[in-house]
Design a binder for this molecule. Structure first.
Ligand SMILES: Cc1cc2nc3c(=O)[nH]c(=O)nc-3n(C[C@H](O)[C@H](O)[C@H](O)COP(=O)(O)OP(=O)(O)OC[C@H]3O[C@@H](n4cnc5c(N)ncnc54)[C@H](O)[C@@H]3O)c2cc1C
Length: 803
């Protein structure tokens, strides 16, 4: 084994092998993969090898498409068969709701260029004669599903990488990792040490253990997973290979395996494997079968596919594979460590492995993953994703693998975990809570405790009239909202302002004022949107998206401030409440001696002030489009602040409102939100944020690309629509049609209660930027007429919030 390498990839499963291949493809040849056993000896070797394009996140779906289309190239380069069987697949719906879900999946697939087709039960039965029609109401057909040979695919990646110069060492365990001062690594192995500039943790079942070598507790957990292979089915003899089939109601997947059928299930009471430590002596091993555990699913399977029950079982496989809490991979550089990368938690290695390898290699070689990988970025999890949290969420995710996630559905596992002092009073006021980074936050308020639960649905839920009342109160009087679920940073020290000015695209506000600013990467794409509040010349308070806190910190580490400047994340140190509505000033003024008149404290002012006995940071800013204030206090004061504001507001008709109303109101104002309208695939001018980019202030990261985008006009445009909806509103990812063609996609949607219209925001081609007619938006399988709305449907000139 060589003693120096540019990159050491730890793990020779399908993911590590793909990373190795993609690194060579991206131009890095001095790369070494170290595997403790044989290639595939972790979870890869016993996989069923199934591949699918559908994923809840369209960007992950795109990478899945890439993976499946890669196999032919890989066979050609390596000369190794991947054992491809592209049979096509059908997904069977047993209920109307599932059929609606499939229609939505087809709709999403449209703008990703997928050829999905919703078909009748009769058509499905022609394609897949093993099914018993009476259990189903319809199906979705995907022509490019199938399966591969797990060993063949891994070998093909490895051979292709070796042909390009990569090296591969087997039967050598990595025992430890030691960081050098210059950011490089000593990789300590059973076969000697390797000094590497970069290390990639692709250790699959042992990713946690490799993470622990560098002090990380990665949120991954292995679950036991069983499938069986039947004896030969007489009806398959001499027939074309059967399609892949997913039976959602039966929670079963099945495909042909030689003359029989392979049938697997994600049981509801899944069992974690090695929940704390993965044994090192587990290699090329299986776990004891437990058919009893999947008996109920098998019973359904044999009813839905009777021929499978009529033959014997030839083989049962029970093997472990890993999941992150949300089921998507963990990929990317790890904050706090230099040159340490992960590619783990990949639960669908044969659909996702190629995309993961591609994104990671581009990230390492070019400094950017080249695609929007937020849904699988390791930075989406913070310290709150502990071992026990991960255990609860992974088990929940596993049990729901084939269940519908409704757009308004909140999942119950690992809750409540994080709460603020306002939680109990909000609960007493019948809040229905959602979970955000493990924190409970109010979504809406029910009239009674008994009514405080929401029906999960694709249509308008029982929350609709209550959210309407909350929006009405904010428009007519004053609303109170908890806003603790925002990210916050304090940036301070000599040179803090200069540093921030280089990081952010807008100029900084003067002392006592607020500025909104995008943060761009070198390619001029949006990687954040911040509210910068200036407390002093070199003292700044930043408010941003909490879920992206680690993502931002990683960026700040890459572009560090000068000595003496500190960046302190303080999301949970400053919790907050917001007042919004025409009477909010009156309520707040009754609590402070600071003059809040528009002249003295105009829109976008920020100041420390006392509210009653409470010292608070108060910003005059609005995400609702009404006159409003955001108030930040240290956690110990939040309860007192809540009571103070509630009491003062009583005479003015103050009403609590929640995240649902806020979302509807920000869409009425076309205010974008991170991970919806603002993502690293859009530029600021495309996203309608051009007015917050100051090209004249001097240099900043992304300036040259932003200038180019301004001059060229970019490719897409964020647009607002008003939809002739029925009883369902857009929620995100629906296709936008124009003159019979799919031209774009929805990023957010909601019913706008103040304007009394169903609304959506979404991206369309720049060429259609001025078109107003001919649009449709497909909601729950129906194309609905959509009219371009003024960019802000509500109070377009902003008089209400500025007044
Ligand atoms: C029963 C079953 C059925 C499945 N069916 C499918 C399917 O149909 N489709 C699909 O896409 N996926 C399926 N999967 C999941 C699939 O197996 C995984 O997504 C995939 O194998 C993950 O690959 P990996 O490379 O991340 O991990 P692994 O395969 O676990 O590879 C990690 C490798 O790292 C090595 N390693 C770890 N630590 C060290 C160290 N310290 N030093 C050196 N080497 C180390 C290990 O020996 C191992 O070879 C299935 C899994 C199971 C269990």
């Amino acid at each position: 084994m060589k003693s120096e390498a540019r990159v050491v990839v730890i793990g020779g499963g399908v993911v590590g092998a793909s990373v190795l291949y993609h690194l060579t493809k991206a131009g890095w040849k001095d790369v070494l993969l170290i595997e403790r056993g044989e290639l595939t000896c972790g979870s890869t070797w016993h996989a069923a090898g199934g591949m699918h394009t559908i994923n809840g996140d369209p960007n992950v779906a795109k990478l899945q498409q890439y993976t499946i289309n890669l196999y032919q190239e890989l066979e050609r380069i390596s000369g190794q068969s991947c054992g491809m069987h592209v049979t096509g697949g059908i997904m069977l719906a047993g209920t109307r709701e599932r059929l609606d879900w499939l229609k939505m999946a087809k709709a999403r697939g449209r703008y990703l260029g997928m050829e999905l087709e919703v078909i009748s039960v009769e058509e499905a039965a022609k394609l897949f004669p093993l099914m018993n029609q009476r259990h189903f109401v319809g199906a979705l057909y995907d022509p490019i599903e199938g399966h591969v040979d797990p060993w063949g695919v891994t070998q093909a990646y490895a051979k292709a990488a070796q042909a390009a110069g990569a090296e591969l060492v087997r039967h050598t365990r990595v025992l430890d990792l030691q960081a050098r001062r210059d950011g490089s690594w000593d990789v300590i192995t059973e076969g000697g040490n390797v000094h590497a500039e970069h290390v990639v943790n692709a250790a699959g079942l042992w990713a946690r253990e490799v993470g622990r070598m560098v002090g990380l507790e990665l949120p991954v957990l292995a679950m036991e997973h069983q499938y069986l292979i039947t004896e030969d089915l007489p009806s398959l003899k001499g027939q074309k290979e059967q399609l892949h089939c997913i039976d959602f109601e039966g929670e079963i997947y099945t495909r042909q395996e030689r003359g029989g059928m392979l049938l697997g299930t994600y049981e509801r009471a899944g069992v974690p494997w090695s929940p704390v430590t993965t044994p090192w002596d587990f290699a090329q091993s299986l776990l004891p079968n437990d058919l009893e555990r999947i008996a109920a699913s098998l019973e359904v399977g044999f009813e839905h596919f009777p021929e499978l029950g009529a033959v014997g079982i030839r083989k049962v496989v029970n093997g472990p594979f890993t999941f992150a809490p949300d089921g998507n991979p963990l990929v990317g550089p790890v904050r706090g460590l230099r040159n340490f990368w992960v590619a783990c938690g990949v639960m669908a290695g044969f659909s996702q492995g190629g995309g993961v390898g591609l994104a990671l290699s581009q990230w390492m070689v070019a400094g950017d993953p080249g695609a929007d990988v937020w849904a699988m970025d390791v930075a989406r999890y913070g310290d709150w994703a502990t071992l026990a949290y991960t255990n609860a969420k992974v088990r929940e995710n596993y049990s729901r693998r084939f269940r519908i996630r409704f757009p308004n559905e909140e999942l119950p596992a690992a809750r409540p975990l994080r709460t603020t002092p306002a939680y109990e009073p909000l609960k007493a006021a019948h809040a229905v809570f959602g979970d955000y980074c493990g924190l409970e936050h109010a979504l809406w308020f029910a009239p009674t405790a008994a009514a405080a639960r929401e029906d999960i649905t694709f249509h308008r839920s029982n929350a609709h009239p209550h959210v309407a009342a909350e929006c009405h109160a904010v428009r007519e009087a004053v609303g109170l909202l908890e806003i603790s679920n925002y990210g916050k940073f304090e940036v301070a020290g000599p040179g803090a302002a200069e540093w921030l000015s280089r990081i952010m695209a807008n100029h900084l506000p003067p002392v006592g004022r607020i500025a909104l600013t995008p943060m761009l990467n070198e390619r001029g794409k949006l990687i954040g949107d911040f509210t910068i509040c200036r407390l002093g010349a070199d003292r700044l308070f930043l408010v941003c998206t909490w879920a992206a806190e680690i993502y931002y910190r990683r960026w700040f580490e890459r572009h560090p401030p000068p000595d003496g400047v500190t960046i302190r994340p303080c999301a949970m140190e400053y919790v907050g409440l917001s007042l919004a509505g025409p009477r909010s000033r009156t309520v707040l003024q009754s609590l402070t001696r600071t003059d809040l008149s528009s002249g003295a404290f105009p829109f976008l002012s920020f100041r420390q002030m006392d509210l009653g006995m409470i010292r608070a940071l108060v910003g005059r800013i609005s995400f609702t489009g009404e006159l409003g204030y955001e108030i930040w206090v240290t956690t110990d004061y939040q309860r007192a602040l809540y009571e103070l504001l509630s009491e003062a507001g009583r005479a003015h008709g103050l009403k609590l409102f929640g995240g649902r109303a806020l979302n509807a109101m920000r869409i009425e104002k076309s205010f974008g939100s991170w991970a919806r309208e603002y993502r690293p695939i859009y530029g600021p001018y495309e996203a309608g944020l051009g007015r917050f980019v100051d090209l004249n202030k001097g240099d900043f990261i992304g300036r040259a690309a932003a200038l180019e985008e301004k001059e060229s006009g970019g490719v897409v445009r964020l647009a607002a629509f008003s939809i002739d909806a029925g009883d369902a509103d857009a929620s995100g990812d629906e296709p936008i049609w124009h003159d019979g063609q799919v031209v774009g996609w929805v990023t957010s949607g909601a019913y706008g209660h103040r304007v009394q219209r169903s609304l959506a925001l979404g991206y369309i081609p720049r060429a259609l930027a001025t078109a107003t007619e001919g649009f449709e938006i497909e909601i729950v399988g129906e194309r609905r007429k959509a009219t371009r709305a003024a960019f802000a449907s509500y109070d377009p000139d902003g008089a209400r919030m500025r007044g």
